[in-house]
Write a protein that binds this ligand. Structure first.
Ligand code: CP
Length: 330
């Protein structure tokens, strides 16, 4: 178990070793069990402060981080560009240095294409405290780790040889970032999973992320396949992670996005499609789900769905991250 993680940034799982990531899951499982038993946790981050800067809205991420800080004895402060001088152009360096001189960690959600993750790394270069990604244009590491924690709870720690499918699905309006599929694509091969990525033409991911994922798969000795056939991809899967993302590598222009998506309304998860996977396969989604477009209610609310367990595990995995990087014996 690698526990020397004090002050370590968490902007992408790529910056952490497999052992360090497994430590985060193991601590998350312990905190989850202790919380269920009512064991005291409010000494772990007593009087410590997390700043949460959101460039975009959130239900799960904001509330799981904020609640996690309360449960560990600390305090979280919700910030937006409008509520701070960030909106008037104060840069990442100045914001990070100042907030870092008051509190103990800074978490940022910034999904602006070509800007978000760079902003986080710039802040991390100058802030004296750890920086966490709460989702950016490239990665959503806390989501991917909550998902992996859920998978280990369901199928055990050894996931080698299991098939994990990341599938594009139809959603009519909102242009979702590439960060969730990309975070899964990079992380899952490192934990022994064979990964299949399936999407209609035009919805490809960032080439540099594909390259990282291929290298991860090669190093781990697992398969990484890319296809445009949703039904073929679903065959024999253990984990199905179908979700919408925008054609960001092609366009973010609203009318073009809508026109492109409209050609693929049949990319929806139905009970019939679920039957193509293994009998024990689970349906996963980071939420929010566009019900009736991305998937049918009978799948989302059906016995194979683990979406609420994933959402709950956001709390426990982030508490582990904060305890390991802000607290501990230091
Ligand atoms: N999955 C996720 O990050 O949800 P929110 O956008 O509600 O935070």
């Amino acid at each position: 178990m690698k526990t020397q993680l004090f002050k370590k940034d968490f902007i992408t799982t790529q910056d952490w070793s497999v052992d360090e990531l497994q430590t985060m899951i193991d601590v998350g499982l312990k905190l989850k069990a202790d919380f269920a038993m009512g064991a005291p946790q409010d000494h772990i981050l007593r009087a410590k402060t997390l700043y949460m800067l959101f460039f975009e809205e959130s239900t799960r991420t904001r509330n799981s981080f904020e609640t996690g800080m309360t449960q560990l004895g600390g305090h979280a402060i919700y910030l937006t560009p409008k509520a701070t001088q960030v909106g008037h152009g104060e840069n990442a360096r100045d914001t990070g240095k100042v907030l870092g001189s008051y509190g103990n960690a800074i978490a940022v959600r910034d999904c602006r294409t070509g800007i978000g993750q760079k902003y986080l790394y710039e802040m991390a270069k100058h802030a004296p405290v750890p920086i966490y990604s709460m989702q950016d244009d490239v990665d959503h590491p806390n989501q991917a780790m909550a998902d992996l924690m859920t998978m280990q709870e369901l199928f055990g720690r050894n996931l080698r040889g299991r098939k994990f499918v990341i599938s594009w699905t139809y959603a009519p309006k909102y242009v979702r970032p590439l960060s969730v599929p990309q975070s899964l694509l990079m992380l899952m091969p490192r934990f022994g999973l064979d990964v299949t990525l399936v999407y209609p033409k035009g919805y490809h991911l960032m080439p540099e992320i594909m390259e990282i994922a291929r290298k991860n798969a090669e190093a781990a000795g697992v398969k990484l396949e890319e296809t445009h056939d949703m039904d073929a991809a679903f065959a024999d899967a253990d984990f199905l992670y179908p979700k919408s993302w925008g054609p960001i590598m092609v366009t973010e222009e609203e009318a073009e996005v809508e026109a492109m998506a409209a050609q693929h309304e049949d990319w929806r998860v139905t009970q019939e499609r679920m039957k193509l996977a293994k009998k024990h396969a689970v349906y996963m989604h980071c939420m929010p789900i566009d019900r009736g477009h991305e998937a049918d209610d009978e799948v989302i609310d059906g016995p194979q769905s683990v979406i609420y367990q994933q959402a709950e595990n956001r709390l426990h995995i982030q508490k582990a991250l904060m305890a390991l990087t802000m607290g501990g014996r230091w």
